[in-house]
Ligand binder design. Structure first.
Ligand code: Q46
Ligand code: ZN
Ligand code: ZN
Length: 324
């Protein structure tokens, strides 16, 4: 027997076992948008008077997030960072094309900021990773550092109230699980739907999709007809977080709702002070080269990456804006 939508009785497009809720496509899209708004309010992420910068990668989560925020009437601009990753699948080129198509076809009035790492700093992520100890085995550590730096800098200098990323519940739970497994209390203290801009130079970071399962964001993208990149970054293969996700999927399969309970339980315990973490707030100063806050003596870790390399072309404002 076909499962019916709880709201209208039509055939359901999705069944969410953890919520014991089945919805048709129309009501699912409505529910998804309402739930995003609820999360934004619940965690006081931002309001309609503020400007938000959404980091977009061309994937289903980030493009769906940007789409929902624009539909909800938030002042949301996009930020795309060109990493120069090919991996035999034109990964970065494809990602860029998906972001551009999203803007051109759906939201032509939206603003997409593009920062191409090679264009601005002279090398692609795999190139800079290959010549640094940090990235010798895999470029992910270098890539993460570069992305965090650029996202924060563009958000902060652009005067955005918050930087929003498309992290979903599965991402958050995998990170939390890894942090618990390794007792990384410092990381746990900082993990949550909102990371406040506690000190000058830092933008507030928010995750409006943190209560959605990955299959829910995928369903939204699919039902909305958003054209996104299916391929994962070629370097993601074999990562610990993917292994954690596979284990957690088994738990979820047997006990629907496990991931949501684990994550929300953690947030609640933290808020109620049941678990307390000591946050080692390192002394910060402005990087001698770029002026961004850093705890490293002299210049920051990001600037250190490019020390032995002269930028191919120095662009004073490392930002390109679509349509301008
Ligand atoms: S860090 Fe690593 Fe990702 Fe960068 S190199 Fe690819 S997998 S994109 S989230
Ligand atoms: Zn319905
Ligand atoms: Zn610097």
């Amino acid at each position: 027997m076909a499962i019916r939508c709880r709201k209208c009785g039509r055939e359901a497009a999705i069944m969410m076992r953890q919520h014991r809720l089945a919805l048709c496509d129309e009501h699912y899209l409505e529910w998804f948008v309402e739930q995003t708004e609820r999360t934004i309010r619940m965690f006081r992420m931002f309001d309609r008077s503020e400007r938000v910068l959404v980091a977009v990668s061309g994937g289903k989560d980030s493009l769906s997030l940007w789409d929902v925020l624009l539909r909800l009437g938030y002042q949301a601009d996009g930020l795309y960072i060109g990493l120069g990753i090919d991996g035999g699948i034109r990964y970065s080129d494809q990602s860029y094309e998906k972001c551009m198509r999203f803007v051109e076809e759906r939201w032509p009035e939206a603003r997409l900021i593009v920062v191409d790492i090679q264009e601005v700093y002279g090398e692609t992520i795999p190139e800079v990773a290959a010549r640094t100890t940090r990235g010798r085995d895999k470029p992910c550590a270098v890539c993460g550092l570069v992305k965090r730096y650029v996202m924060n800098r563009v958000a902060y200098e652009g005067g955005y109230a918050a930087l929003a990323t498309g992290h979903n519940l599965d991402d958050e739970v995998a990170v939390l699980f890894g942090n618990v497994m390794n007792w990384q209390a410092g990381y746990m203290a900082r993990q949550g739907p909102v990371l406040p801009a506690s000190r000058p130079g830092f933008a507030r970071k928010v995750k409006p999709f943190c209560r959605f399962y990955e299959r829910e964001t995928a369903a939204y993208a699919l039902l909305r007809g958003i054209d996104y990149i299916y391929d994962e970054c070629p370097y993601a293969e074999g990562s610990t977080s993917i292994a954690y996700k596979e284990w957690l999927a088994k738990l979820e399969e047997e006990r629907p709702g496990t991931k949501l309970r684990f994550y929300l339980g953690f947030l609640k315990a933290k808020e109620e002070g049941l678990i307390a973490f000591r946050t080692d707030e390192a002394e910060l100063h402005a990087c001698e080269k770029c002026g961004q806050p850093t705890s490293a003596p002299g210049i920051c870790a990001f600037c250190r990456l490019w020390e032995r390399r002269r930028p191919a072309r120095v662009i004073p404002n490392p930002v390109r804006i679509s349509g301008s």
